[in-house]
Design a protein around this ligand. Sequence first.
Ligand code: GLY
Length: 570
Amino acid sequence: MKRAGLTLSLLLVVLGQSLATTPRAPRPGGESAANGMVATVNPIATRAGVEALKAGGNAVDAAIACALTLGVVDGHNSGIGGGCFLTIRLADGRIVTLDGRETAPAAAARDMFLRNGKADSKLSQDGALAVGIPGELATLAYASTNFGRLPLRQLLEAAARVAENGFAIDSHYASRVRATRTELAAFPDARAVFLRGLPAVPAKGDILRQPDLADSYRAIAAQGTDWFYRGRFATKTATWIRTHGGVVTAADFARYAVVPREPVHGTYRGFEIVSFPPPSSGGVHVIQILNLLERFDLKAMGDSSADFVHTVAEAMKLAFADRSKWLGDPDFTKVPRGLLSKDYAAELAKNIRPDRASAVTGAGTPPFADADFFRREQSRHTTHFSTSDAEGNWVACTASLNTSFGSKVVVPGTGILLNNHMDDFSAQPGVPNYFGLVGAEANAIAAGKRPLSSMSPTIVLKDGKPILSVGAAGGPTIISQTLLAILRTLDFGKSPREALAGARLHHQWKPDELHVEAAFGDAVIAELRKRGHTVVVEKSLGAAQAVGLAPDGGFLGSADPRGEGLADGL
Ligand code: GLY
């Protein structure tokens, strides 16, 4: 598969925060702490989360501190110009899933990215037309008001100080700037912040200051989120976008609303899985793949054996074929609940042969596909972080601008980088998006609609008590990474760090390629080829973060050993 001259293989390497070539040697367990844990891709963001806990905040405040700080120190991946999905397990046992996904502007049209009848990916990936209405800030504010303990303005001020004083970029940040240099140069404010603000060839340790972003955070602290959604930022953004060929209006910002949704629930070998519902495909397919895999004795196969990789990949293929047909924003399209049915998994699992890669020709038909839907009232570009506290609040949050530096548009004078999540729609049936994902009617563009996502912030419970908060970055590989972390925790008894360190695989049905990390070893890779898989070997695939319950009742946390992140606790 080719997309903008890049193969999926190359994309998987450049996506997410996973550019370090070899995972660090796994340390058993991960970081441990008794009273709370925070795991993010960046030590400065992790420390901001821990500071929030120390200041009397709970896991929700810690997550908000992480999100706001990641928008400063990891701003090419996520920020308030983008969106997020937030899964919270509250100490009283309630599960809350907040949909902060971007929406298409009111003037968006189904064929808006077609030129001469063909989808033009440049338009959906860079510049004014690529931008969806951002939902992260509204979601953080909603979570803060309803479930947090610290004032949002305190967390904004702490993140503003990091933006104002500057921070040393990590090697991944430096590589993202180098790789996106040409695209960033096309947008004057992005050029000023990221290209003039850093040396010509940026490297780890270079200092980046973002005074405009600090001012924006402080404006929100002083004036509330209305500054962003109904005030100066909305009008400035709309003006810039309209004068540069886009269709976003200030009214689109004023209309934006966080949607509290009903989580998707599944079970796997006696554990409860709670994850994010549509418009994410993540939760649905993590649970669907677990349903398929429950029918196989993975433990007997052995972690990372050829049998294990083959079986998991076959299950992924079946689920991603379903994704291409059935998944979209449930407020606009009918997403069948039957995708989560164990009986449906039993039927689909018959397609998995132990000795041979199967040819999956298309989506299956889940039970009651025409009658039972997710209902409206249910209610490595990207980043995932997890937090927990001693009271029993656990958070899994995945946030994103979509691809590196999103649309590359920095709204003049604000330091705020805007997403390019319009590219997560299906611009034309069967035409792959940036991630090589194909979609159809269910994910076609419509005014006010939310593009389909793979973000999978997931919490695993045993007897009603959380034991794991996990999720990942990296487009569709988010689903695979989250799944593998759960399998390694539940089937193989691994700690968070070991579960994240394990070798990864990914199959998304189209293209028909099985991506595996080299760490599986030559013998396993040769055996997979023998079974008919087109194997693409990656040095490193993805970036996941996890917090787990320690045997002593405390917490274990781990940032992805492939990256430069940190887990730390209280
Ligand atoms: N932009 C990646 C996702 O939402 O799946």
